[in-house]
Design a protein around this ligand. Sequence first.
Ligand SMILES: [Zn+2]
Length: 350
Amino acid sequence: MHITFPMLIVAYAALFGYQYGLEAALRGALLVSVLFVFVVLHELAHSRQAQKYGVKVRDVTLLPIGGVSNMESMPSEPRQELKVALAGPLTSLAIGFIVLGLDYIVGYTILDFSFEKIATSWDYIPVYLGWINILLALFNLLPAFPMDGGRVVRAYLAQRMNYARATRVAASIGKGFAILFGAGGLLVNPFLIFIAFFVYLGASSEEQSVVVSEILKDLRVRNVMNTQCAAIPAETTLAQIVESIFHGACGGVIPVTEDGTYVGVVTRDDILSAIHEHGLGIQLGKIVRRDTPSVSGDESLSEVYKKMQQNQRSAFAVVEKGELMGVVTLEDLGRAYALRSAIISGKNNM
Ligand SMILES: [Zn+2]
């Protein structure tokens, strides 16, 4: 759950309470908590659809503007992405219409819905439950990342042009909306500024990650890996190697071996936190992460970049047939990316 969600509960409770008293404050808190349940249902719909295409969903972050499913990768097949993106809003719409339909049958006036009414009386809660789902669906269908509508636009465009270009166009539309929200926020409702901020960040990061992988995808690990890294035995203590690692040997990464066999890498960050926790006496074998996957020389850098994000590691060992060939780090990827994009923009300028 994102920190802004409980903040929103408190904010609504305070706002209702300030204007209409203690009971209204309770109602405000309750209404946001119920919204939370609906957001979860919305996200589960996305996840279930994604799982049908074999995408692993690790967790779901709940933002007040909707959830974000943290999937290992979106299906890059546009028709699949389209269905995953639409699953959430369609579910919210369905829940909304069902609830409003029931309200109508039971005798509620379903168009009678205002902030003041739900704040001052419990009677309007069933109507609120219907409308909040409709709003959730419509809001998420806005054509801007990180909202589902942004993905819908991208998936639609990606059937007509390549994926990177489709993302760039979709991101520009999203940024346009962010600017509109920001301006609207200044004039109408400050909450819109908050949304503008999310939308702008969402568009930028989506664009960035696609551009990066597009540029890196033709480069192989063996083109950029560092082959000068000497493996170090697991019984070596930090005190023995701390000097050399902070003087930049092998990009700050140490491949570790045990009885001559490679077992994993230790990075500068691992060492800093190990020194902090255990002091300089600890052995490399105690802090090496043995679960980190290694990569092969033939893998494309865009794959490696994805793996780094998924595993939250900044370096991998390059291992082939059980033998350590070298090390590839996020810095290596960064350099390759900078060089490639400079060459590409040079060509475009000619
Ligand atoms: Zn959604």
